[in-house]
Design a protein around this ligand. Structure first.
Ligand code: BV8
Ligand code: ZN
Length: 261
């Protein structure tokens, strides 16, 4: 457990924290998502080349996450954020996940409390948001625009190929997610938080995708106590002080609970 004496905690999560919510991880699907190679769907070039394929891929994932629920690990982190907030301690949750389960856990746990000292940073964006490709305006949007049989009417009007158009500029909408080759969101805030924290915990990430994977080393170099909760060791294991092997749904509620010293 993390003693309450630590004032400044940062947690980084990956797909493994959502595995017990039924969302397949990148690795478990051995690098394929819904039978697609990542480079064929999660890059700006892929969107340029075949926007229908990319919207079909993200529509499928939107349907998948709509059926999923936050699990015990998501909820334990949300409760811990409230616990830290009540004690005036700083809690920053950085996630690589775009599935919306941290936001839903927070809403479930803290519908009426303002979290003064805690932050949720979604560095790879969010599946539940679409972005105008012209002016970059963002729109909450959980619509699937394609299913197996073809185009499906969603929240925003579509062009002749079934691709959604932005209400602001009448240009293509894209999923508001960070693709390979794009700069993750709020990197300055992330770097500040990680280089000034006392405790840094990786949960459910294979440590393959940068710059997210390098944050535990940054924390270690900055003098933080580091921990990792995962089903397997990570490439950055030398930067891990405390390693907890196992399922996030079981280990995270034990680790993130109030604890006098
Ligand atoms: C960028 C959104 C420049 C889209 C995603 C070095 C430095 C910088 C960049 C690079 C570099 N080397 C290479 C690069 C380029 C590239 C990269 O990292 N490539 C990899 C393939 C080598 N990085 C980029 O392009 C990034 N941008 O570099 O910009 C820059 C950088 C810094 C500053 C300025 C400029 C952008 C990358 C973002 C790509 N978008 N997602 C979408 O989702 O469709 S990545 C996506 O895949 C996820 O977001 C996540 O990041 C990654 C999957 O990783 P994990 O979450 O870790 O999931 P995985 O399945 O791999 O592992 C799950 C783990 O959980 C496993 O270990 C498993 O054992 C464990 N587990 C399973 N079940 C459980 C469990 N653990 C506990 N309990 C369980 N029940
Ligand atoms: Zn626009």
């Amino acid at each position: 457990m993390i003693p309450d004496r630590f004032q400044n905690i940062v947690v980084m999560t990956g797909a493994g924290i959502s595995a017990e919510s039924g969302i397949s991880t990148f690795r478990d699907a051995d690098g394929l998502w819904e039978k697609h190679r990542v480079e064929d769907v999660a890059t700006p070039e892929a969107f340029e080349r075949d926007p229908v394929l990319v919207w079909r891929f993200y529509s499928l994932r939107r349907v998948g996450v709509a059926k999923a629920k936050p699990n015990a690990a998501h909820l334990a982190l949300a409760r811990y954020a409230v616990h830290c907030s009540k004690q005036g301690r700083s809690f920053t949750l950085i996630s690589q996940n775009i599935d919306g389960l941290h936001e839903r856990a927070q809403a479930e746990v803290t519908s009426d409390q303002k979290l003064l000292h805690s932050r949720l940073i979604l560095m790879h964006g969010s599946l539940g948001v679409s972005r105008c490709t012209q002016c970059e305006d963002l729109f909450a949007d959980t619509s699937a625009y394609f299913d197996e049989s073809g185009p499906v009417q969603g929240q925003f009007s579509c062009d002749s190929r079934g691709l959604p158009l932005s209400p602001c500029c009448n240009q293509l909408l894209r999923p508001h997610v960070i693709w390979f080759g794009e700069v993750p969101l709020q990197m300055d805030e992330i770097q500040d938080a990680v280089s000034s924290c006392e405790v840094f915990v990786n949960i459910g990430t294979s440590g393959n995708v940068y710059p997210a994977a390098g944050l535990i080393q940054l924390a270690k170099q900055a003098g933080a106590r580091t921990a990792c909760v995962n089903k397997e060791p990570i490439p950055q294991q030398l930067s891990v002080d405390d390693y907890f092997e196992g399922k996030a749904g079981e280990l995270v509620p034990k680790l993130f609970t109030a604890c006098r010293d």
